[in-house]
Design a protein around this ligand. Structure first.
Ligand SMILES: NC(=O)C1=CN([C@@H]2O[C@H](COP(=O)(O)OP(=O)(O)OC[C@H]3O[C@@H](n4cnc5c(N)ncnc54)[C@H](OP(=O)(O)O)[C@@H]3O)[C@@H](O)[C@H]2O)C=CC1
Ligand SMILES: CC(=O)N[C@@H](CCC(=O)OP(=O)(O)O)C(=O)O
Length: 345
């Protein structure tokens, strides 16, 4: 079977990573590639790392150019997906890398994104308990944000097993590609090189409600999240350091017992790797791979559980996660076409 796939936003970072992965996916044939300001140009002029598609002319992003495919990936700025998806055939699988359909709470959407809520689609984080059943056969999928992917993978076992209190503190560093390709002053090389800086401090980042939604869904109770993102001088990668107070019952557990809970939770999640004791996740080790590395520690003095994860924001954090969800939706093997190994050094 060949699945005919279109990529909208093929000139952007997420679109480029989708094409890198889809080009070696054995069940996929690449159809239309669309863009906005780069429409009319050959893809090779904006994605020189993809020689296989160098001569493909980027089309305008419209329903007309995207219709007639089995799968359409949308890698567009927030707010662009809803109207476009509504014009595509209901039987087409639409996988949206943007945020438009991630949140269930319309009020939270309006507060953090400042526009009308478009709706809610099945959430494309297959590792979350119950997610695979929801994704199988789905024709609309909302791919998670990159920080929510890193944080949720690190913390969900603790919330699923009620090891921690419903209040998490997260500090995460991201590479600059997380902000997309469009030129932004704070991402100029001279300002970003040799420096780390926080942003969205004080609960203002739009991924805060998405992280809370994932952890609350897992815990079956409201989880409050304090999330501080930071910008790191590297092109790709997220390192998320997450902690939560141990629940009274879990305080008596040895670290090995907590570890056993995480091992069980990740047992059938091929893209999550709990590292051996003493080894810590690094962004370098997951570069270009769809793997999330996780490590945990119990801090008995502070009575907190610390969970650290590393992902490549463009692979597991966007395009890889999107392809993984596509595989499940179409009934293909979850790992098909996805790299488990990274690029190093
Ligand atoms: N970067 C990341 O780590 C992650 C990104 N995402 C999401 O994926 C989506 C794409 O992000 P990313 O690739 O980083 O962004 P980029 O800025 O790199 O790319 C944006 C793409 O959208 C196109 N575009 C721009 N404006 C419009 C418009 N008005 N209408 C239609 N198309 C338009 C651009 O075309 P052109 O260049 O021709 O103008 C380009 O192809 C976003 O929703 C983002 O939030 C999700 C998770 C992580
Ligand atoms: C470093 C950086 O700027 N990162 C982006 C997150 C990227 C991401 O996951 O994106 P979406 O939710 O937009 O899909 C940010 O903080 O806005």
């Amino acid at each position: 079977m060949t699945v005919r796939v279109a990529v909208a936003g093929a000139s952007g970072y997420a679109g480029g990573e989708l094409l890198r992965l889809l080009s070696s996916h054995p069940a996929v044939g690449i159809g239309a590639l669309t863009a906005h300001s780069s429409a009319g140009r050959p893809l090779g002029t904006v994605q020189p790392q993809l020689p296989e598609f160098a001569d493909r002319i980027l089309l305008d992003t419209s329903a007309a150019s995207l219709r007639g495919h089995d799968v359409v990936f949308l890698a567009l700025p927030h707010g662009q997906s809803g109207a476009l998806a509504a014009e595509l055939e209901p039987g087409t699988l639409v996988v949206d890398c943007g945020a438009d359909f991630r949140l269930r709470d319309a009020a939270a959407w309006e507060r953090f994104y400042g526009s009308a809520h478009a709706g809610t689609w099945p959430y494309g984080l297959p590792e979350l308990p119950g997610a695979r059943a929801e994704l199988k056969g789905a024709t609309r999928i909302a791919v998670p944000g990159c920080y929510p992917t890193a944080v949720t993978l690190a913390l969900f076992p603790a919330y699923a097993a009620h090891l921690v209190e419903p209040e998490a503190v997260i500090v995460a560093a991201s590479g600059t590609s997380g902000a997309g390709r469009a030129l932004k002053t704070h991402l100029l090389g001279t300002e970003v090189m040799g420096s780390m800086s926080p942003y969205g401090v004080g609960g203002g980042h739009r991924h805060t409600p998405e992280i809370a939604q994932n952890l609350s869904r897992t815990a079956g109770a409201d989880v409050t999240v304090s999330f501080t993102p930071t910008l790191a001088p590297m092109p790709r990668g997220i390192l998320a350091t997450c902690s939560a107070r141990l629940s009274p019952a879990a305080e008596a557990l040895a670290e090995d017992d907590v570890r056993a809970v995480f091992e069980a939770a990740y047992a059938d999640r091929p893209f999550v790797r709990l590292l051996p004791p003493g080894q810590w996740p690094t962004t370098a080790a997951v570069l270009g791979s769809n793997t999330a590395q996780v490590q945990i520690a119990v801090d008995p003095h502070a009575r907190r559980l610390i969970c650290v994860s590393a992902i490549d924001n463009l692979t597991k954090g966007t395009a890889g996660g999107a392809v993984q969800s596509m595989n499940i939706a179409l009934g293909l093997p979850e790992r098909l076409g996805l790299p488990m190994n990274g690029v190093a050094p």
